[in-house]
Design a protein around this ligand. Structure first.
Ligand SMILES: [Zn+2]
Length: 479
């Protein structure tokens, strides 16, 4: 998911009275079993632990592929049907960050530094030690440090710009741009940047990169306190030496890209579908396990599948579980899925995405026309988990909700795609894309609710008389 705060939706200000539900659409005995299994026999934390043991899962990396095979194996072991990896694309290269990377100061004293590098950048071939040299801004400054630049780590203000398209250089004045180029052609070890604070955020641009053709500049982004320490010592005139071991591996493709798909086939209308999903890919900065973005969403989908099969749920429509990839690079897996399946889009009742971290599922955001059916679908879950209230927040268009995850890919064909409202005490910004995206920040009781709620909502929608009603397209503002 992208960095948009969910609190901005102002959900807490809403107080929908959750009484007088339309009758639940599914069978009550099944719902009771779903609740019982979800609450009292949860496999969620065990599965999340298994996934986090594999580690972070950058799109196109062997660890993601391993996690996809792991997830497919889990779906099979839980009794799902039609389990497969569905290819959505192919990249000309692969890249992976190996576990042994580090960055440290070795002089004037020996300290480990907290850092990341953008994905799809160059690594070192083993530990690379060099003096820290302040980045010259003018040609006159450049002349002063010219003799020190060979093998130096150049201490640079700001962080590398996140290139969206072709990776164009940051906008600087003519002279500064020339000096930047001169520095980077002077045989430096690389550039070190300082994050704004102690959170180091990982990002990257895969576009236009191949095994043979990619930028050679090494980039290290340090936590603010480590950067400040380097600058302080340089200001004092001390010799500062840094050592980085950036074990980043490129290889030649083609590298196929996949989503993981599994189903519970519908008993009456198997060609009509409710989709339950999360994204299995993650960023992969040092420390991160991709646990909350979006290991939790992947595991709530997996656990919802397990609960439904174990409860002998017999939905009228097919419930399809999809673990996307390429989400972090711009919803690539879901976008390609939608295009590949566009003939089926009018048979998809709804798409549920849980991609807001470890909080509980606190409801849905959408237009009035979808409200009665969605409220009826999650009603039994509110009854089963009275400590976790839910709301349906009415907005003028389905598009007026969080748009930074895979549900949004479906809006193009007017399919109701919902990003579950995430409610609870988790500090998402502390975790999201940072070194803290780790299983110790997962909140088990919230995830138990999330998986069970997913199962109840999907089951009810799959048993309802109709698909979730579409919003009349004419009222949907162009975007
Ligand atoms: Zn995400």
């Amino acid at each position: 998911m992208k960095r948009i705060t969910i609190a901005a939706l102002g959900v807490s200000g809403l107080a929908f009275v959750l009484a007088g539900w339309a009758a639940a659409q599914g069978d009550q005995g099944t719902i009771d079993r779903i609740v019982d299994i979800g609450k009292h026999d949860s496999h969620l934390m065990k599965d999340l632990g298994g996934l986090c043991e594999i580690g972070s899962r950058l799109t196109g990396s062997p660890r993601l592929r391993k996690a996809q095979e792991w997830a497919a194996g889990k779906f099979r072991s839980y009794g799902l049907s039609n389990v497969h990896l569905e290819q959505w694309g192919e990249w000309p290269m692969g890249w992976e960050r190996e576990p042994g990377t580090y960055a440290k100061m070795v002089r004037p004293f020996d300290i480990d530094m907290v850092f990341t590098s953008p994905d799809w950048t160059n690594g070192t071939n083993g530990p690379l030690r060099g003096a820290a040299v302040a980045d010259p801004k003018t040609k006159a400054d450049f002349e002063k440090v010219r003799g020190k630049l060979k093998d130096a780590w150049v201490v640079t203000e700001g962080i590398p710009r996140r290139p969206r398209g072709g990776g164009e250089p940051p906008p600087v004045g003519d002279e500064q741009a020339q000096v930047q180029k001169m520095v980077e052609e002077a045989g430096i070890a690389g550039r070190v940047y300082g994050a704004r604070g102690e959170l180091v955020i990982t990002f990257g641009n895969y576009r236009e990169k191949t095994f043979d053709k990619h930028p050679k500049l090494r980039q290290v982004i340090l936590a603010r306190s480590d950067m400040d320490r380097i600058k302080r010592n340089l200001d004092w005139g001390k010799e500062v030496v840094l050592e980085c071991n950036l074990d980043y591996r490129w290889w030649k493709g083609p590298v196929p890209q996949y989503n993981v798909v599994a189903e519970i086939p519908g008993s009456e209308k198997p060609d009509e579908v409710v989709i339950v999903s999360g994204h299995l890919d993650s960023w992969d900065g040092p420390g991160s396990q991709g646990a909350l973005d979006n290991g939790t969403g992947s595991c709530t989908a997996l656990e919802a599948a397990r609960i439904l099969v174990k409860a002998h749920a017999c939905p009228k429509r097919t419930i399809r579980f999809i673990l996307w990839s390429g989400e972090e690079e711009g919803l690539l897996g879901s976008h390609a899925y939608v295009e590949a399946h566009k003939a089926e889009m009018d048979k998809i009742s709804a798409v549920l995405v849980d991609d807001g971290g470890t909080d509980y599922q606190g409801g849905y955001v959408g237009p009035e026309v979808m409200r009665p059916m969605m409220e009826a679908a999650f009603g039994p879950s509110v009854k089963a988990f009275p400590e976790f209230p839910q709301v349906y927040k009415v907005v003028s268009s389905i598009r007026r909700q969080e748009s930074g995850s895979d549900h949004a890919s479906f809006w193009k064909y007017n399919v109701p795609g919902f990003f579950t409202i995430e409610t609870g005490r988790s500090d998402y910004n502390f975790i999201h894309h940072t070194q803290h995206d780790r299983i110790e920040y997962a909140i088990p009781e919230y995830l138990v609710q999330s998986a069970t709620n997913h199962a109840i909502v999907a089951y009810n929608l799959a048993c309802a008389d109709t698909l979730v009603p579409r919003q009349v397209p004419a009222t949907t503002p162009a975007r």
